[in-house]
Design a binder for this molecule. Structure first.
Ligand code: NI
Length: 176
């Protein structure tokens, strides 16, 4: 296993349509192992093959128990509900956007040996399924939002909101 370099926004590989995986061979196993190692090293929750320059339909996603799921040729077969939340990407460092996603997502995929399976994710895992699968079609999460913020800007906004929330009951009391 080895760490691979994560490409960043602007690299042409991130805008390409990826081809299906056809051979479930040692080369695929190495790719999946490297994706997992690279993801763990970067401290992210999902990584797609094109982010390391491989234009094949393979991703890894961390589930709610911090186990990594390998998804080869994944497709979304059902989705339910809505969630709004901050989303980021290892290929768009230090930039986060407020993005609406389905709240529950079921994916059908193959494992590293070609066996089909289905997996359902909720909340962050569902968000991650959507995000990673979009990478396979050359799309980035930034297409879902007009505004991107740094972590410091988000902290400042949330602190301001908390202050506002604290002020509200006091204002009401004054009115009485
Ligand atoms: Ni990403």
């Amino acid at each position: 296993m080895s760490l691979r370099k994560i490409l960043t926004q602007g690299d042409p590989a991130l805008a390409k349509q990826c081809r299906p995986v056809e051979k479930f061979d040692q080369k695929l196993h190495w790719l999946l192992d490297d994706l997992k190692e690279t993801l763990a090293n970067a401290g992210g929750v999902g990584l797609a093959a094109p982010q390391v320059g491989i234009l094949r339909r393979a991703v890894v996603v961390e589930d709610e128990n911090e186990r990594m799921i390998e998804l080869v040729n994944p497709v979304i077969v059902s989705q339910e509900g809505e969630q709004d939340g901050w989303e980021g990407c290892l290929s768009v460092p230090n930039q986060y956007g407020w993005v609406r996603r389905p709240n529950v997502v079921t994916v059908r995929a193959q494992d590293r040996d070609g066996n089909f399976f289905e997996v359902t994710g909720e909340e962050l895992v569902a968000r991650c399924f959507c995000h990673e699968l979009e990478h396979l079609d050359g799309h980035l999460f930034v297409e879902h939002t007009d505004e991107l913020y740094s972590p410091e800007e988000i902290d400042a906004m949330e602190a301001e909101e908390e202050d506002e929330a604290k002020k509200r009951p006091r204002r009401k009391e004054k009115r009485k």
